[in-house]
Design a protein around this ligand. Structure first.
Ligand code: HEM
Length: 417
């Protein structure tokens, strides 16, 4: 990395995302030192005219301000891709994440009610039971791929249970969410862009069909699950259309699966790399819960499992010395904002006692702030408590990383104990 200057950093180039993690962090540190956000060309994408390019927002102040002004920095033209994707894509995969007010507010209002305290309390018991069973199995299996045997299992089980998806469909759900957030990784999708597009659409369709079938069954015979809560009209008579329901569930299984899993894998890597932080975490059993709470926030800051979201300018706007024009695209790099030394002292230090820790790992303050943040925090806390108390000597080997600019993913992670 030492030899690479600012011109050697191209965030659009897939190769950049394969750089070793310390080099990637150093590149973003260099980007943050620049007076202005860098402007990059967009990648080529099949069947889509090449767009004008985008600004990379890498400083905390920029990412924070853009998140707080959704009227200026809108999500409706696509939040998860630099390229303006065909409408069918946003329909299947985007749901509320790719929509602005007033449609977004309506959708969020309806689905938030299904994340009621009663539902969350029910998940808490499920999370505990699932984490215990996963660690039982881990102890019986011995050293293995931590992603497959631990990290992927908990979020998959919880999101499927919440939605009432039967156990025999878990692997199908995981296979399809892996395809949807595969980035450019040849383990999951073809290297031919046209074929990749077909695979991704097929994965979205398979998930949409699964939930449409479940919703039809629950409309007849409601059960204690999220599909039932959303497939039937709520007290104010507000209801999702069947297309909205299908697309929301595609978002939910993808967002619920592909993020918490990576946070868990990064947690094991970080606790291996910083053994003194693990010792501190476990030093006083009566303070374990409080320390875990702040450790989880630090894992999400450090790992930033979702590395960026996109916004598009609805009008000309000036922010922190840079003028933007209507139609400009900006990428909000949470990964970089979470390492901004203006806000986080010694940002490359993993510090489970960091306080305050106003990280943007779940998005900035604004209407799109992660709907599953509370659930993700519970899953991470419960799993880490179970794992570290019952398998205190567990350590991570070399990670096999996902090739993606969007998800800071770990595909495989050998663990020893
Ligand atoms: C560590 C785990 C997670 C991370 C790092 C994460 C991160 C994010 C981020 C960065 C956003 C976008 C915020 C924005 O555009 O301003 C988001 C939105 C969202 N997340 Fe999460 N997430 C996680 C877990 C979950 C879980 C477990 C669920 C589901 C149960 C979930 C469901 C959603 C949904 C539905 C949205 C869209 C909200 C909206 O547009 O209003 N996330 N998440």
């Amino acid at each position: 990395m030492a030899a690479v200057g600012i011109d050697g950093i191209d965030l659009t180039d897939t190769a950049f995302w394969a750089w070793p993690l310390p080099d990637r962090a150093a590149a973003f540190a260099l980007l943050r030192e620049q007076q202005r956000p860098q402007f990059y060309a967009e990648p080529e994408f099949p069947f889509v005219e090449r767009g004008p390019g985008y600004y990379a927002l890498v400083r905390y102040a920029d990412v924070d301000e853009a998140s707080r002004h959704p009227d200026v920095f809108c999500s409706g033209q696509g939040a998860t891709s630099v390229v303006d994707l065909p409408t069918e894509f946003n329909e299947y995969f985007g749901s509320m994440i790719n929509i602005d007010d007033p449609r977004h507010a309506r959708l969020r209002r309806i689905v938030s009610r299904a994340f009621s305290p009663r539902m969350i309390a029910k998940f808490e018991a499920d999370v505990r039971r699932a984490a215990t069973a996963i660690v039982d199995d881990l102890l019986a299996t011995g050293p293995c791929d931590f992603v497959q045997h631990v990290a992927a299992r908990l979020p998959l089980k919880i999101i499927c249970d919440m939605m009432g998806i039967p156990d025999d469909q878990y692997q199908m759900v995981l296979a399809n969410t892996n395809i949807i957030l595969a980035g450019s990784d040849p383990e999951f999708v073809s290297e031919d862009p046209g074929e990749m597009l077909t695979q991704t659409l097929a994965a979205g369709q398979a998930l949409a069909e699964l939930v449409t079938g479940l919703a039809a069954a629950r409309a007849q015979a409601p059960a204690e699950d999220l599909v039932s809560a959303l497939a039937t009209a709520n007290i104010d008579g507000e209801q999702l259309t069947s297309a909205e329901l299908a697309s929301f569930f595609v978002l939910l299984v993808v967002a619920g699966n592909e993020t918490t899993r990576n946070a868990l894998s990064h947690a094991l890597m970080l606790l291996t790399e910083f053994p003194e932080q693990r010792a501190l975490l476990l030093a006083e059993p009566d303070r374990l819960d409080a320390r875990l709470e702040s450790a989880v926030e630090e894992v999400v800051r450090y790992a930033s499992p979702v590395m960026f979201m996109r916004r598009t300018l609805t009008r000309d706007y000036s922010m922190n010395g840079q003028d933007y024009a209507e139609g400009d695209k900006v990428l909000l790099f949470y990964y970089s904002a979470n390492r901004d030394q203006e806000v986080f002292a010694d940002p490359e230090r993993f510090d489970i006692t960091r306080s305050p820790n106003p990280h943007l790992g779940f998005g900035g303050a604004g209407p799109h702030f992660c709907l599953g943040a509370h659930l993700a925090r519970r899953e991470l806390t419960v799993m880490l408590r179970e794992l570290l108390t019952r398998v205190p000597g567990i350590t991570a080997g070399e990670p096999d990383r996902l090739l993606s600019s969007f998800i800071n993913g770990i595909k495989h992670l050998p663990c020893q104990f």
